[in-house]
Each structure stands twice: as structure tokens, then as C-alpha cells.
Design a protein around this ligand. Structure first.
Ligand code: GDP
Length: 426
């Protein structure tokens, strides 16, 4: 996708996350000089398989697995410093050299232990289906102008004083929510002391780094986490994450202007999954759901939670094309459908008996829609060996053509397996 006129590409999830963005980023990172994470935190696990080795990366961009790539954790990310260093150590243990190749924005907010306590206490009452890793409360502190940023570690004394107030505030909230756990001021201060010497050497104005890289004609990949339906503005609110997962968030979260972005690639599964609570209009019947889950290995990379599964929902992807300005689609996991005799596609919805081809804003309406389906013939042959469109069975090509028509964006990639080479560039 990179070329003389394409230097900056955003890769976003165009459904509910877990679409296989990690694999697409890995494939595109081969030609990239920089890979930048722009939102989310340690709740989004990317799984990347290289040969027989499997890497689960939560905060470090998967570009780290390509020697020539510089990786950036952008200002829009909320950084869990402990898991970040665990990931770095894990990569080093597998022989991946990271020195001088990973930078963290000094404007990124830190996820602290008290955020995790608050997250777990909130989840008990709200039941959103969050992973309890403190992401939501850290974004709350960011927008409430109470956060602690990476750059604050440069001023440990004043930051510790601020942190004492934050911990006291968190303990009041925890007591109000009937929690039994208490955040410790000493533990937080000790954490800052431990972190500062290791994190500060990696901390930079990364927006400026990326800006300069683009000026020099380098290739930059911006990597999103989760998917459009989990975007705090455009997703199925309130069953969403706390950040802008859509492409607009890539500009703000990487610290560059929107005009710097050349292409936006939306990653979609050939079917649909969702983890956590909230509406999923094309959710399949329990038996089919179980089959899709088993064939697709649909369990969370970080949490192991089973994902809810259903057929491709074109209304969701059309909407995603619109709110992200997608210039192309990457369809993943086509191979998961290889054994089905028929493959239904949700074309649009009926809402209170009326046709509805766009996504209602309120979950109450979205819970009530009835998807309308078109049933396409299955191909019942393995697609895992295909490397060109012409290698695919005609029924599989017809299926992809239909997804493209219904979605309104051209298919640029088709993924037919977990391995790096199991990809078709269209
Ligand atoms: P991400 O967060 O969007 O990167 O998605 P995850 O890593 O949570 O889930 C994607 C899973 O699907 C990983 O286990 C990938 O190895 C796997 N995967 C990606 N592309 C394909 C594909 O084309 N076929 C199959 N069978 N698995 C795939």
C-alpha cells in the first residue's frame, strides 16, 4: 500500500475489535519505517505469529518484530508502565532487540494502580464488560485534567505531591462504591521512583518525531486498537472503550495533523465478533456461534474470554467506512468460513418494521433491530493456500465481491490464515 504518494497509513478495526489488525500491521510494517500506537492501553492484545513463535503484544507496536522499524507509543495511549516493561523484557527474552527502537510520548498518561482498583469497582456496578486494567479511569483522569503523564516523571517531587492527592481521592471514591481495597500512597511513590530511570530515557515529543519522519519522506503506519463500534463517540455507547478508536483519533493520538494521513485501511473479519456486553445484531444461533468460535479460535488474546460470534454485518461496516473515511478494506479470516455450505450476510436492518441501512445512535434501538440477510453459497474448500484472488474458489470471490458492494470500500487485502504469508494483496 505504501508508495510514492502514500507515506502515512492508518490501520483501524472496522467492527468490534479483534479483526486481526495485528497481522495486517505486521504485513505492512515490513515496508514501514515507523509504527505508532495512538490510543487504548494494555487491554488490547494483538497476536502476531512468526513461524512457530507467537507474540502477544499489548502496548508495544507489533512493528517491533521488524528490525528496521522504529516504534512509538503515542500521546493518545494510556500507558501501563509495569506491563510495558514486562513486554519489553519478554521480547528481549525471545531475542528481539529493542534498544533505540522504541519511544514513548512524554504526553501519554500513566495507568497507575489506583486506576485499576477504580476500574474493578466501577465494573461491579456498570457491567460494561471492561477488562479491569484501569484504562477507563485513566482516560477519566486525563479528561478531568487530573492525570499523571510520562513527562511528569521529570519532576518527581511535585508529581509525588499531586499523586498523594489523587490516591486520597481514589480512596474516597472506592469507599463510596463499597470497595474493600485501598490504594497506598507509599506504593505509588515507590512506583514512580522505580519507573522514572527506566521510562524517561524513552520519553520524547513523539508527535514531533513522526512529523519529522514524514517530512523526510519516511513511511509511517498508525496502528489502532479495538474497533469502530467501540469508539467512545461512534460506537455502541455506553458499551464502548474510553477513546476514539476511529481514524480521527489517529491524528490526535499520534500528534500529527489529519492532512498528514494518506490512506485509512479498515480491517474486518469475514464474519463478526464482539467481546463484552452490548448489542450484536447479527449474532448467530448458539450452535452456529459455537462453530464459528471454535473454527476462528474466538477467545480474547489477553483475557481468554469467549467472543460472541455472528455473520458479516454490512450495516456496521458501511457505517465504519463513513466514520473512518476508509479508503480500503482488509478482510481477514476468510478461511474460517471454508466449511460452511451457506454463508449469510446481514445487508441492512428492519427497525420497528422499517428498513434501516445505517446505525442507530442509541443502543435501545440497536437492540431492537432485525437484520435482513442474503444467503450466499459456501465454497467448502480450503482457502488457506491462496495467494492471489484467482486462487480462491469462485464462490469465495463472489462472497468478497458482495461484501465490497455492500460496504462501499474496495478490498485491498484478504487474509486466509494466521501466518504472515497467508495473505492476498488485491
Ligand atoms: P487484533 O487485536 O485485531 O490484532 O486481533 P487479535 O490478535 O485479537 O485476533 C486476531 C486473531 O486472529 C489472532 O489469533 C490471529 O493470529 C488470527 N488471524 C488473523 N488473521 C487470520 C486469518 O486470516 N485466518 C485465521 N484463521 N486467523 C487469523
Amino acid at each position: 500500500m505504501f508508495g510514492p504518494k502514500t507515506h502515512c497509513i492508518v490501520v483501524v478495526g472496522a467492527q468490534w475489535g479483534d479483526e486481526g489488525k495485528g497481522k495486517l500491521v505486521d504485513v505492512l510494517a515490513e515496508q514501514a519505517d515507523y509504527v505508532v500506537r495512538y490510543q487504548g492501553g494494555a487491554n488490547a492484545g494483538h497476536t502476531v505469529c512468526i513461524g512457530d513463535a507467537q507474540f502477544i503484544l499489548q502496548q508495544i507496536p507489533s512493528g517491533i518484530l521488524h528490525d528496521r522499524c522504529t516504534c512509538v507509543v503515542g500521546n493518545g495511549v494510556v500507558l501501563d508502565p509495569e506491563t510495558f516493561f514486562q513486554e519489553l523484557d519478554g521480547l528481549a527474552a525471545k531475542g528481539v532487540k529493542t534498544a533505540g527502537r522504541i519511544f514513548v510520548s512524554d504526553r501519554a498518561h500513566l495507568v497507575l494502580p489506583y486506576h485499576k482498583l477504580l476500574d474493578k469497582a466501577h465494573e461491579k456496578s456498570q457491567n460494561i464488560g471492561t477488562t479491569g486494567r484501569g484504562i477507563g479511569p485513566t482516560y477519566e483522569d486525563k479528561f478531568g485534567r487530573r492525570g499523571v503523564r510520562v513527562g511528569d516523571l521529570r519532576h518527581l517531587d511535585s508529581t509525588k505531591a499531586v499523586l498523594s492527592e489523587r490516591v486520597a481521592r481514589a480512596n474516597k471514591l472506592l469507599a463510596m462504591m463499597g470497595g474493600t481495597e485501598v490504594a497506598s500512597e507509599e506504593q505509588h511513590h515507590a512506583l514512580l521512583d522505580r519507573l522514572a530511570p527506566r521510562l524517561l530515557p524513552l520519553a520524547f515529543d513523539t508527535g514531533r518525531q513522526v512529523f519529522q519522519a514524514l517530512r523526510e519522506g519516511r513511511r509511517v503506519l498508525l496502528e489502532g486498537a479495538q474497533g469502530a463500534m467501540l469508539d467512545v463517540d461512534h460506537g455502541t455507547y455506553p458499551f464502548v472503550t474510553s477513546s476514539n478508536t476511529t481514524s480521527g483519533g489517529a491524528a490526535t493520538g499520534a500528534g500529527i495533523g489529519p492532512t498528514a494521513i494518506d490512506e485509512v485501511l479498515g480491517v474486518v473479519k469475514a464474519y463478526t465478533t464482539r467481546v463484552g456486553n452490548g448489542p450484536l445484531p447479527t449474532q448467530a444461533d448458539p450452535e452456529t456461534e459455537e462453530e464459528l468460535r471454535k473454527l476462528g479460535g474466538e477467545f480474547g488474546a489477553v483475557t481468554g474470554r469467549p467472543r460472541r460470534c455472528g455473520w458479516f454485518d454490512a450495516t456496521v461496516v458501511r457505517y465504519s467506512v463513513r466514520v473512518n473515511g476508509l479508503t480500503g478494506l482488509a478482510v481477514t479470516k476468510l478461511d474460517v468460513l471454508d466449511t460452511f455450505a451457506e454463508v449469510p450476510v446481514g445487508t441492512d436492518y428492519l427497525l420497528d418494521g422499517q428498513p434501516c441501512d445505517d446505525l442507530p445512535a442509541d443502543v435501545q434501538s440497536l437492540e431492537r433491530v432485525n437484520p435482513r440477510y442474503e444467503t450466499l453459497p459456501g465454497w467448502r474448500r480450503p482457502t488457506t493456500g491462496a495467494r492471489r484472488m484467482a486462487d480462491l474458489p469462485p464462490e469465495a470471490r463472489a462472497y468478497l465481491d458482495r461484501l465490497e458492494d455492500l460496504s462501499g470500500a474496495p478490498i485491498r487485502y484478504v487474509s486466509v490464515g494466521t501466518r504472515r504469508d497467508q495473505i492476498i494483496e488485491v
